[in-house]
Design a protein around this ligand. Structure first.
Ligand code: GDD
Ligand code: MG
Length: 370
């Protein structure tokens, strides 16, 4: 069976983390998010994967190539301009000759895809959609099903007044090729706003497959941080690079660690990091390759991408710092702050309250004071 992953969106809500990389390439525990999705598909013996790409396509193609380094066979369906979730699947029609799976490219889930495919076959569905319960359904596609699991209504991002269930579209579908006839070719079209309501209206066999397995959409920085937390705390299952040392600490080769540094797991440290005297790292925390943490600095529940340099007596807590950024001495980056790539923050600043700094910016010493 083939799967198509929709990875053409711009990831606007995840900015500034997606200013330089497309959302599927954003690192999650030191490997691109899309590698985790591919791992999950392989677990269900799906190794023929089509990537529907559009935004920053070269970044994805260059990393994944023909997929052989990742144990899969990859084909690319490239859109010159975004065709929407439906148009993207239609654009790959020539590769889809049998029952196939579609996945949103920003979903992390442990749910049993093989069981969903079996459910689709048992119910003789033309389309089956995965469903998961959430607290606030208004940010998603809301799906009503009947006692036989048949979809009765699909409403994308409804207002609270029209919400009748907490079951939402979890962004994974099993489809028969004939439903592609209902999607117009070469124009922008959304599965959620066009195909799914059409399937209901035309009484096509369209079913909802419920699962209570772990599920998250990494579309916003809070959920990006939450996924790290859940993987490191063992709530979500993922493979990541690093050799397991004692007490929930994973370290890749080439790291230099001062003997006085204290690591309280779960902590993952990438290749070639330097941890200086008196540093304290409290998990869940991830350091990408080539990071340097200066003397006396504290890291607490934070995610550092690659080549981040933290000065002396600094603090990073519940925040993300992007590639090649430098945080000065005595500077605090706390409470959901998102510092993206190539940023230089001088000494004695305090960045807090979910502040977001766009790539390439510089903040002088003592500019945002305590
Ligand atoms: N190739 C391609 N082309 N991919 C696209 C395009 C496009 O024009 N537009 C969006 N995508 C991809 C995005 O990259 C993402 O992986 C996926 O389609 C879903 O887009 P999002 O922008 O993340 O949508 P959402 O999160 O607001 O809503 C969707 O996902 C929810 C579950 O997380 C909908 O499918 C909702 O119904 C669903 O509940
Ligand atoms: Mg999304």
């Amino acid at each position: 069976m083939k799967a198509i992953i929709l990875v053409g969106g711009e990831g606007l809500r995840l900015r500034p983390l997606t200013c330089n990389v497309p959302k599927p390439m954003v690192p999650v525990v030191n490997k691109p998010f899309l590698e985790h999705m591919i791992d999950n598909l392989k677990r269900h013996h799906i190794d023929q994967i089509i990537l529907a790409i559009c935004y920053l396509p070269d970044r994805i193609q260059h990393h994944f190539g023909d997929g052989s380094d990742f144990g899969v066979s990859l084909t690319y369906a490239v859109e010159q301009s975004p065709l929407g979730t439906g148009g993207a699947v239609k654009n790959a029609e020539r590769f889809l000759e049998d029952t196939f799976v579609v996945l949103n490219g920003d979903i992390f889930s442990d749910f049993d895809l093989s069981d969903m495919v079996e459910f689709h076959r048992d119910h003789k569905g033309k389309a089956t959609i995965s469903l998961t319960p959430v607290e606030d359904p208004t940010a998603y596609g809301v799906v009503e099903i009947d006692a036989q699991s048949r979809v009765k209504r699909f409403i994308e991002k409804p207002s609270w007044e029209t919400v009748t269930t907490n079951l939402i579209n979890a962004g994974v579908y099993v489809l028969e090729p004939e439903v592609l006839d209902l999607i117009p070719g070469g124009v922008h079209c959304m599965l959620e706003r066009r195909l799914f309501p059409d399937l209901v209206e035309q009484s096509v066999p369209f079913f909802g497959y419920r699962s209570n397995a772990y599920w998250i959409d990494i579309g916003v920085p809070e959920d990006y941080l939450k996924l790290h937390h859940d993987i490191l705390m063992g709530k979500a299952v993922a493979r990541f690079p690093g050799k397991s040392m004692a007490d929930d600490i994973w370290v890749e080769e080439g790291c230099k660690m001062h003997p006085s540094a204290k690591l309280m797991g779960p902590v993952v440290i990438g290749r070639g990091c330097t941890i200086e005297q008196g540093v304290r790292i409290s998990g869940p925390a991830v350091l990408g390759a080539g990071c340097t943490v200066g003397r006396g600095t504290a890291i607490d529940e934070a995610i550092l991408w690659q080549n981040v340099k933290l000065g002396k007596d600094a603090a990073v807590r519940s925040s993300v710092v992007g590639n090649n950024s430098v945080i000065g001495d005595n500077t605090w980056v706390v409470d959901g702050s998102i510092i993206s790539d190539d940023i230089a923050i001088g000494s004695s600043n305090k960045l807090e309250h979910g502040i977001r700094i766009w790539p390439g910016n510089t903040i002088k010493d003592n500019a945002i004071s305590f």
